[in-house]
Design a protein around this ligand. Structure first.
Ligand SMILES: NC(=O)c1ccc[n+]([C@@H]2O[C@H](COP(=O)([O-])OP(=O)(O)OC[C@H]3O[C@@H](n4cnc5c(N)ncnc54)[C@H](O)[C@@H]3O)[C@@H](O)[C@H]2O)c1
Length: 313
């Protein structure tokens, strides 16, 4: 495990990792649990989530699993409610919203052509599972995260019942996941691409508002990571002549986890979108703000250097 970020200040805090049963969410959950943070994994994958939590508990770490389908109102609301009720401190300090599915392949144009070739009488209903989970589900979970992190606090961040000096030591942390695809054009994956642009929009609005609740909001934008999400698409990449090392490279998931750790622990970090791409660029603040032309300047520089090395971005 990487030891770059000292998370000891989070000792005794409580985190919810939405979709922590696999991939990036799992790596984040493990890092927090190993830093003496109480971890609640919410995920639709009950066997996966339960197994991880059993393993963490066997190591003497504090963790629990609650089933959650981010696309279903009752499921996600009950999951947050249970998570807090069953946590040792009955409170919530950090929320990492990591849910993601690849969704429908193809562009809307592909869908029109495919539908018309099938001679259907009316346009079939679009499914867009990535929009449902990655954007609408995450937006609703962000709402719940703010609701439960703010419980016990007065409005506009005025705390009640806790000595001010104690509260002032820690501002709560909300982190979202977009992707490098939220900074570029992708023609043939409308469902996923739109969902990740949407998360970027959610982040850009929230960062102006969550300080009112003493909550910092930041966003991860990783390049390809070696997780089940991508593994399922490797055949399609191979058919297009691309494989790890040829056309794209994986970034180390632990580097992304380092950034998530910094989001949680660094009181000065708010409103930042951080891109994690292969070395030598590595971890890059996108300057996704007015001065940085909304990420454009930084992203273009990284894109040019990566393309020169034969990597898509
Ligand atoms: N892997 C990559 O290359 C990459 C790059 C950039 C961004 N991302 C994003 O990172 C996040 C994590 O993805 P990953 O690569 O670790 O994939 P993963 O498939 O390993 O993990 C995704 C998790 O989401 C859960 N999930 C799916 N639908 C859900 C639902 N309806 N309710 C609750 N949980 C649900 C799955 O059970 C799984 O545990 C996603 O948002 C993904 O879009 C991934």
């Amino acid at each position: 495990m990487s030891t770059h970020v000292d998370l000891s200040a989070l000792n005794g805090k409580s985190v919810i990792v939405v979709s922590g049963a696999s991939g990036l969410g799992l790596a984040i959950a493990k890092r927090f649990a190993n830093s003496e943070v109480h971890v609640t994994i919410l995920d639709i994958d009950v066997p996966g989530g339960s197994q991880i939590v059993n393993e963490l508990r066997q190591q003497g770490l504090s963790a629990q699993f609650v089933r959650c389908d981010v696309t279903a109102h009752h499921s996600r609301t009950e999951a947050f409610e249970y998570a807090i009720r069953l946590s040792p401190t009955k409170s919530l300090d950090i929320v990492a919203l990591m849910a993601g599915v690849m969704g429908e392949p193809g562009s809307l144009v592909d869908m029109v052509i495919r539908g018309q070739q099938e001679n259907v009488s009316q346009p079939p209903k679009l499914r867009h599972p990535a929009l449902n989970a990655n954007l609408v589900g995450i937006c609703n979970c962000a709402y719940l995260a703010l609701w439960y992190m703010n419980l016990g606090s007065g409005a506009d961040g005025q705390k009640s019942g806790t000595p001010a000096s104690q509260e002032a030591l820690f501002s709560k942390s909300l982190m979202l996941i977009s992707s490098t695809v939220a900074y570029t054009d992708v023609g043939n994956f409308a469902d996923y691409h739109t969902s990740k642009f949407g998360v970027r929009g959610l982040f850009r609005g929230l960062r102006h508002e969550t300080p009112r609740l003493n909550i910092r909001t930041n966003c991860l934008a990783p390049y390809f990571m070696d997780t089940p999400l991508v593994h399922n698409g490797l055949e399609a990449f191979a058919a297009a002549g691309m494989e790890p090392g040829k056309g794209f490279e994986f970034v180390d998931v632990e580097k992304v986890v380092d950034v998530a750790g910094r989001f949680a622990v660094d009181e000065g970090l708010h409103g930042r979108a951080i891109m994690i791409v292969p070395e030598p660029e590595g971890v890059v603040d996108l300057d996704d703000d007015e001065d940085g032309l909304w990420g454009g300047k930084v992203f273009k520089g990284v894109q040019e250097r990566m393309r020169a090395r034969g990597l898509i971005i």
